[in-house]
Write a protein that binds this ligand. Structure first.
Ligand SMILES: Cc1cc2nc3c(=O)[nH]c(=O)nc-3n(C[C@H](O)[C@H](O)[C@H](O)COP(=O)(O)OP(=O)(O)OC[C@H]3O[C@@H](n4cnc5c(N)ncnc54)[C@H](O)[C@@H]3O)c2cc1C
Ligand code: FES
Length: 258
């Protein structure tokens, strides 16, 4: 059932990314998502970037038409929310490498916060196109995570993709698990790099979604539904998905290469 709530806070996190906070009582866990409806537009699946307490949040990157219009939403505006849906990150690993690319940090930040509260140590490899686009860098640092950054243009940190940083960290440290979210090609590289060191990876996956209830097949990922079997998938399960990092599906279900 969809609940209509009013946005209480709007934060410009980066030049292309906005967080909307809103009152939403249902309990949620890091990794879960909601179906967010913006008046005049369709619903979009959005990870919860704030999962605790009565004030939840989503962090939206300007991509296509709808997410660009979402950037203009102001406090006091109504939005529709249903959920939360999907599974969650397992918070039990004690030493975790978090690899975030672009807006992928939205779902990783609350998971890392929960892990830190539980006493785990967290190292973050954070990537973006350029320095101002690094999402939640301060938030990761405030929670006591060690943060290493990479930018495509070299404006800060390592010059190049965040996978360079992740690869070096995996080479030098023994992690119990890797959590990652970002472009699927990036996540595939992270999975491959961790596999050679025998470290399990948990990827927050995206597919087109309609029902979010496991009924319409829009979000098919090999033998799985992202909405009900995920969105968090282990590298062990993704080994059964040949399309992982290679093909996604358009709204009509057609396979499209990344
Ligand atoms: C589980 C999950 C979590 C996500 N979390 C985030 C997040 O935290 N932050 C973020 O910025 N993005 C997130 N996304 C991606 C987001 O849902 C959109 O795909 C993205 O914002 C592009 O939408 P758009 O309307 O701007 O794109 P366009 O290309 O303009 O899309 C046009 C229309 O297609 C439809 N559409 C587009 N993408 C989807 C989709 N994935 N499912 C259903 N319909 C769609 C909508 O009707 C939209 O109006 C997530 C996706 C999934 C599946
Ligand atoms: S969105 Fe309908 S089955 Fe997942």
């Amino acid at each position: 059932m969809r609940t209509v709530v009013r946005v209480t806070e709007r934060v410009e996190e980066t030049p292309s990314t906005v967080t909307l906070r809103f009152p939403f009582e249902p309990a949620a866990a890091p990794g879960q998502f909601v179906m967010a409806w913006f008046p005049g537009d369709d619903e979009l699946p959005m990870s919860l970037s704030y999962t605790t307490g009565p004030s939840k949040g989503i962090t939206v990157k300007a991509m296509g038409d709808t997410s660009r219009r979402v950037q203009a939403i102001r406090p006091g505006s109504p939005i529709g929310v249903r959920g939360p849906y999907g599974n969650r990150f397992d918070l039990t690993p004690r030493h975790i490498l978090v690899v975030g690319g672009g807006s992928g940090a939205a779902v990783l930040a609350p998971a890392a916060e929960a892990a830190r509260l539980g006493g785990s140590s967290v190292v973050v490899a954070l990537g973006a196109t350029r320095a101002p686009e690094l999402l939640f860098r301060d938030r990761f640092e405030r929670m006591g995570a060690r943060v290493e950054v990479a930018t495509d243009d070299g404006s800060v940190g390592v010059h190049g993709f965040v996978t360079l940083v992740a690869d070096r960290l995996l080479e030098n440290e023994r992690f119990d698990a890797v959590w990652t979210c970002g472009p699927e090609v990036m996540m595939r590289k992270v999975v491959d790099a961790a596999a050679s060191r025998d470290v399990p990876v948990y990827c927050s996956m995206e597919r087109h979604m309609k029902c979010s209830l496991g009924m319409c097949d829009a979000c098919a990922l090999g033998p799985f539904h992202v909405c009900t079997d995920g969105p968090v998938f282990s590298s062990e399960l993704l080994a059964r998905v040949p399309d992982f990092g290679r093909f996604h599906r358009d709204p009509s279900g057609r396979r499209v290469p990344f």
